[in-house]
Design a protein around this ligand. Sequence first.
Ligand code: THU
Length: 175
Amino acid sequence: MIELIGKTTRIVPRSGGPLAQDDMDRARQTPGNERIIMSDLELVRAAIAARENSYSPYSNFAVGAALLCADGTVYGGCNIENAAYSPGNCAERTAFFRAIFDGRRDFTAIAIVGGPAGEPISELCAPCGVCRQVMREFCDPATFRILLGTSADEFVESTLEELLPYGFGPENLGR
Ligand code: THU
């Protein structure tokens, strides 16, 4: 079943399992949804795979992110905690910093999943304010899409501008 709720797209399998073939077929017949079904869901699944690498012994809250570049390259990231707490890094920034080090600047979307370690995803995990600001440095707020997975087959979508309105960015400093 595909629900369009304002600007938010939810793809919800009826059974709780993978999307049924008729769901996929209906989605493809809905103008504009081909991309959502085929690559956005794959991006959410890449974030779920990235979450497997989470190092989160202090919070036991495991987060994964998958950052999509314009050419289709995906950079995974996980949260990395530390005994001294403050050096810890979020999954989103791990993905961004890996990509930036590779010279990438052409980001189109990020999928994020998180929840208690060792458990399947059941609730959405929204990016923290610091991560939103890092996205603001490298992404167009009006077009960069943030997919928050609520399961392997369900996500909600926002733009960066929706999650960080009136943001401060490089152009404020003439860059
Ligand atoms: N965390 C992320 O990696 N991304 C988020 O969007 C929210 C929070 C991490 C930080 C910390 O390791 C753990 O989740 C609990 O806050």
